[in-house]
Design a binder for this molecule. Structure first.
Ligand SMILES: [Zn+2]
Length: 298
């Protein structure tokens, strides 16, 4: 099966590239105004009937998100895109992510991949729910979870957060910069790359600023098939319908909406699979125009 997301497998083949979802947290619910301040009840009520209660609670209209990575396997490399929340991290400002003990590495092993098999880790941006598994605790220290991986951080993104930390004493990003990014840099396994970096032929970064200033997406292409691993350019399928709805967690909501609109317009009607970091099943698929926005074809 090519260029079609399989719900059963939780993955797909894009030409000669395989992509599988690796779950860290299956589902968290957020009040819709907490996640998307500009969302309105009327459209959410309508979408809840279409998308079902797992994605949009029919009464509260709470929106549910998943927290997962994607494992890309090519002939040459095993690449992990985004690193979720991690285990054992102190996140007192985000209790859902605090001192977790989840089966993420077991989920990776179930795909036949051990931590030492990962060649590259790519973080679309450096928020705490995208860097957590970068490191694990070993003998009282945070060390890279993937001992043979090169970790690819977009230079603009990394430098933005380093500057932010230099201006304040308290740890930024609920502590994730200190425990999940800086130890990787200290280990020598981090590489700062440009926003249009190519990992290998067919796997290309593209800048998508807004959610964070240096956010990037990854375009995967092989044998005329394509997918875009777009991180948090889109958080929830309701934003496919309303690309102007930015999340409360976007550093620049206007820029985020611009990047979202640009991405959705580009891939609409092309068959390219949209693979965001927080969508829940079954909304991994190509998109097409629908009204003033778009719709996932599932
Ligand atoms: Zn996120």
């Amino acid at each position: 099966m090519e260029n079609v997301w399989s719900q059963e497998r939780a993955g797909c083949d894009i030409g000669g590239i395989s992509i599988d979802r690796v779950v860290d947290i299956e589902r968290l619910r957020y009040p819709h105004k907490t996640l998307i301040p500009s969302s309105d009840r009327e459209l959410l009520c309508e979408l809840s009937k279409e998308m079902g209660p797992r994605l949009i609670h029919p009464e509260s209209l709470d929106l549910s998100l998943s927290f997962h990575s994607f494992l890309i396997r090519t002939e040459k490399n095993n690449i992990l895109v985004d690193a979720c929340c991690g285990n054992g991290k102190q996140r007192l400002g985000r209790l859902d992510w605090h001192e977790r003990d989840g089966p993420f590495l077991d989920n990776l092993k179930a795909l036949g991949v051990m931590p030492e098999d990962i060649d590259y880790v790519m973080c679309t941006h450096l928020h705490p729910d995208h860097v957590g598994w970068n490191t694990t605790m070993e003998n009282g220290r945070w060390v890279p979870t993937f001992p043979n991986a090169q970790y690819l951080f977009a230079e603009t993104e990394y430098k933005f957060w380093v500057d932010q930390q230099s201006e304040v004493e308290d740890p930024i990003l609920h502590g994730s910069h200190a425990d999940s990014v800086l130890p990787v840099v200290a280990s020598g396994q981090a590489t700062l790359v440009k926003a249009d970096h190519q990992i290998e032929a067919g796997l290309n970064f593209e800048p998508a600023p807004g959610h964070t200033p240096g956010a990037v997406i990854l375009n995967a292409e092989s044998n005329d098939a394509a997918a875009v691993l777009c991180g948090d350019v889109v958080h929830h399928p309701v934003q496919v319908r309303r690309p102007d709805w930015s999340s409360a967690f976007c550093e620049d909501p206007v820029g985020s909406a611009r990047s979202r609109a640009k991405l959705l317009e580009r891939i609409s009607g092309t068959g390219t699979l949209l693979l965001p970091a927080h969508f829940m099943s079954p909304y991994f698929g190509p998109i097409e125009k629908f009204g003033t926005g778009y719709k996932t074809v599932i």
